[in-house]
Design a protein around this ligand. Structure first.
Ligand code: CDP
Length: 212
């Protein structure tokens, strides 16, 4: 069973995807980490983020050891990831990797921006997780402050709006709701409520594996 979770920044999709994976005993891939890792590699070697050739090389060289979250999670990396993620050749270089992960016999949970539309269009369960920009900015602000980043709420809200516009406006695999995705608006839900709502969607699809 493939569960495809998409949505904008700080919508709660990562937490929901992780918890669904644990609940159903499935492996989980946070595909945002792939784009973050490509951006990290460019910055580490002083390449401009728009250097498509270097970005594709970095994408082709990616392996699990590059997906260490602590180096990839900050505010700067989210912004940089959305710049490299708009390069069509970078997206193309990462498709096979993501599909191979999704094709495991036991199934998988993948979260990102184009899982239900491009990477796994045949996934039997697709959830598009969303929330208002202000609520997402509040969550991201708390998260960044917790990591010790000095940033204002207004900066974070600006980041969220800029990233939404870039991710939705790009020509290749833009952030979009798949026609057969279920919408899950988490604006007024806490993590537990959002998780329960996601489980209800998966269970209603009638293809859930035996619980782990
Ligand atoms: O956690 P957050 O939602 O802030 O970011 P993320 O999921 O780690 O994604 C970072 C950036 O990577 C996004 O703003 C997208 O531009 C890009 N991305 C993408 O284009 N396609 C994906 N499947 C996943 C992420």
């Amino acid at each position: 069973m493939i569960i495809a979770i998409d949505g904008p920044a700080a919508s709660g999709k990562g937490t929901i995807a992780r918890r669904l994976a644990a609940h159903y005993g499935l492996p989980h891939l946070d595909t945002g980490l792939l784009y973050r890792a490509v951006a990290r590699a460019l910055l580490d070697f002083d390449h401009p983020l728009g250097d498509e050739t270097a970005a594709v090389r970095a994408a082709q060289a990616l392996d699990r050891s590059h997906l260490d979250e602590t180096r990839l999670r900050g505010r700067e990396m989210g912004e940089a990831a959305s710049v490299v993620a708009a390069l069509p050749a970078v997206r193309a270089a990462l498709v096979d990797w993501q599909r191979a992960f999704a094709r495991r016999a036991e199934g998988a949970v993948l979260d990102g921006r184009d899982i239900g539309t491009v990477i796994c269009p045949d996934a039997p369960v697709k959830i598009f997780v969303t929330a208002t920009p202000e609520e997402r900015a509040r969550r991201r602000f708390r998260e960044l402050a917790g990591r010790g980043e000095s940033v204002t709420f207004e900066d974070v809200l600006d980041d969220i709006r800029r990233r939404d516009a870039r991710d939705s406006g790009r020509a290749t695999a833009p952030l979009a709701v798949a026609p057969d995705a279920r919408l899950l608006d988490t604006t007024s839900l806490d993590i537990e409520q959002a998780f329960r709502a996601a489980v209800a969607i998966v269970d209603a699809a009638g293809i859930a594996p035996a619980r782990a």
